[in-house]
Design a protein around this ligand. Sequence first.
Ligand code: FES
Ligand code: FES
Length: 188
Amino acid sequence: MVQHRLPMLPPSDEVDWAASVNGNAISTRVESNAILLDVIRDSLGILGTKRGCDMGTCGCCSILIDGSPRLSCLMLAQEADGCEITTVEGLSEGHHLHPIQETFTECGGSQCGFCTPGFLVVISALLEENPDPTDVEIKSAIEGNLCRCTGYQQIVDSVKEASGILCRGDTVENSTEPKSDPHPGFTG
Ligand code: FES
Ligand code: FES
């Protein structure tokens, strides 16, 4: 039979792949040229991480690799083999959301929400390293994340509110009200 379309990627071998994803040890097989974003969303079914531009310009696909923000659309899965991966689903502690998740809601940091997971993971890394960032430091941290809705000031306000919670010495667990299910549908 004649094939009427070109394959997008050449076929590739599968390799073993293992990582800690949101604290869960994952062991699977991936194609050697698999993109990390595809593995997270399509193979592992962890859908909080969003696919925006697929070319490194929007920040929607941001995740943490060993605590540092990375664009998962620009990484081969193999580059994260053996690493600790955190997606937006991994920011909460049990039934308690991370303060930045809570203050995004309170301050209007999220509207349509498509960019929000990327902002949240990048900001959580900023606050982990610097719990009391200046406006300039906040804007610098989020300069790789694009939002078409909020105008950004509400996002900066959300970070400052979350910073206030963390600077009062509150842990994630005692700074937010418990939710029955912070991430409905997420089983990982
Ligand atoms: S989807 Fe990765 S930067 Fe836009
Ligand atoms: S809230 Fe809509 S793109 Fe940011």
